[in-house]
Structures are given as structure tokens and as C-alpha cells.
Design a protein around this ligand. Structure first.
Ligand SMILES: C[S@@+](CC[C@H](N)C(=O)[O-])C[C@H]1O[C@@H](n2cnc3c(N)ncnc32)[C@H](O)[C@@H]1O
Length: 226
């Protein structure tokens, strides 16, 4: 039987790899791990990778297993979902995984300048009709540029033709470097890619499995901010 929400919240509070900053920390006193995730949380220097809106953290934990030499942080506002990822990381003994429960709008309060090497956006809410809120909008691009190291990468995996099309338009409009693009990950990208990249693409999130069950195509692009 699944755990209740209250039980998950209580367990999150006991997990050393789950960080839940208070509003006061974010707004008044400053968040202690900002700019210090590698030194003070992971206790090792390694490329730091984020999954924003990670849900149950399938990419965070999946990539952490494929690339143990990198550090991974899953960010989501919902504690019960983060609990699943945190429990998976614990069950698998992953020491290169953390989860941060916060709103994505706090990105610049929780990460320091150029602290991040790569960002994953996995099945983000497409925010139909609300371009400013899309996680690939110019507002978010500007935030990512502050936290990403030069040459840092953004990966978008989505079922949404709207979010995918909007992101490709942004890439074209701002002349951003586009490193990979597929309208149909499993029909086109996975068959032609390397085994290593296939393993990355074959990680399937909770939402992705739902959309695949409905016969939807999955879209992917990987780009930089110039
Ligand atoms: C459609 S779900 C995708 C979850 C997961 N990536 C997956 O593919 O299964 C979107 C996720 O974004 C999170 N989310 C939505 N708005 C957020 C915000 N402002 N800050 C942080 N997380 C947010 C939700 O809690 C949810 O887990």
C-alpha cells in the first residue's frame, strides 16, 4: 500500500538529501547552500545537473545512476512527489542525488552564478496561452543564463507540441545553439543515436508513461544559451 502524504512529508524531513528551504531563508536571511551545493551538500566537486519540475525524479535518479561522476538535484514544489525520488535514491544508495523542494521562481535564490552545468525540463506544464510562464520563456532563459556555466546545456523532453514548438521558435529567434532535436524520440531519435544516449532517452518519467500509453509522440531538444 502507498504511503499517505503526511507520512511522506514526515519522512522527507528526516532525509538528509531532501532540502526544503523556508520562505524566511529564501527571502530574508539568504539560502545557505546557494553557490555551495558541491562543497557543502555533495562534499565533492562535480558537474551539477538540475531537473526542474522533477515530479518523482525519474531523470534525477536515472541520470545519477548512468553518470555517477556528476551531481544531480531534482527540484519540485510538491513534497509527496519528491518523496518518491528521494526514497528511490536512498533505496539505490545514490550519493550523488539531492532533492530541493521549492518554487522554480526561486531559482536565483537557491543557485549561485554559473553553478550549474546542465538543466533538464521533463514534461513541464506547457502553460498554454501563458508564454511568460513557460519554462523556456525569455524570463526563464535569463535566469538559466545566470546559473548555468558558460556553454551549459538545456534539455527539454515533452509530449506537448505547443511547448516544443514554442521552444524551437525561441531558439531560432534568439539564435541559440541547437545540438539535438527530434519530433519523435522513440520513432526517430532513439534508433539513430548511440547506446549511451539511448539509455538517457529511455528513462521514462511518470507523466511520460501516461502520455505514451495514450499514443502521444515524445519530443526532445537540447540547446545552449550562446
Ligand atoms: C507535468 S508534471 C511532470 C513531472 C515529472 N517531470 C514527470 O515527467 O513525471 C510537472 C511537475 O512540475 C511541478 N511544478 C509545477 N509548477 C512548479 C513550480 N512553480 N515550481 C516547482 N515545481 C513545479 C509539479 O509539481 C509537477 O511535479
Amino acid at each position: 500500500m502507498g504511503k499517505g502524504k503526511l507520512e511522506r512529508f514526515a519522512q522527507n524531513a528526516t532525509f538528509e538529501h531532501v532540502v526544503q528551504p523556508t520562505f524566511a531563508e529564501l527571502i530574508n536571511t539568504g539560502f545557505a547552500l546557494k553557490g555551495k551545493w558541491n562543497s557543502d551538500f555533495f562534499h565533492r566537486e562535480a558537474p551539477l545537473v538540475l531537473e526542474l519540475g522533477c515530479g518523482k525524479g525519474e531523470y534525477t535518479t536515472g541520470l545519477a545512476q548512468l553518470y555517477p561522476e556528476r551531481n544531480y538535484i531534482g527540484v519540485d514544489i510538491k513534497g509527496a512527489r519528491i518523496w518518491r525520488g528521494a526514497a528511490t535514491a536512498k533505496e539505490k544508495g545514490l550519493t550523488n542525488v539531492g532533492f530541493l523542494r521549492t518554487h522554480v521562481d526561486h531559482l536565483l535564490r537557491v543557485f549561485g552564478p554559473h553553478e550549474i552545468s546542465e538543466i533538464w525540463l521533463t514534461f513541464s506544464d506547457p502553460q498554454i496561452g501563458k508564454d511568460r510562464k513557460k519554462l523556456t520563456s525569455p524570463l526563464f532563459q535569463a535566469r538559466y543564463k545566470e546559473v548555468l556555466e558558460p556553454g551549459g546545456l538545456i534539455n527539454l523532453k515533452t509530449d506537448s507540441p505547443e511547448l516544443y514548438g514554442y521552444t524551437l521558435e525561441q531558439i531560432a529567434e534568439h539564435k541559440l545553439p541547437l545540438f539535438e532535436k527530434s519530433d519523435d524520440v522513440y520513432g526517430e531519435l532513439v534508433p539513430r543515436s548511440t547506446p549511451e544516449f539511448q539509455a538517457v532517452m529511455n528513462i521514462r518519467t511518470f507523466y511520460e508513461q501516461m502520455w505514451l500509453g495514450e499514443g502521444k509522440k515524445i519530443h526532445y531538444c537540447r540547446f545552449g544559451l550562446g
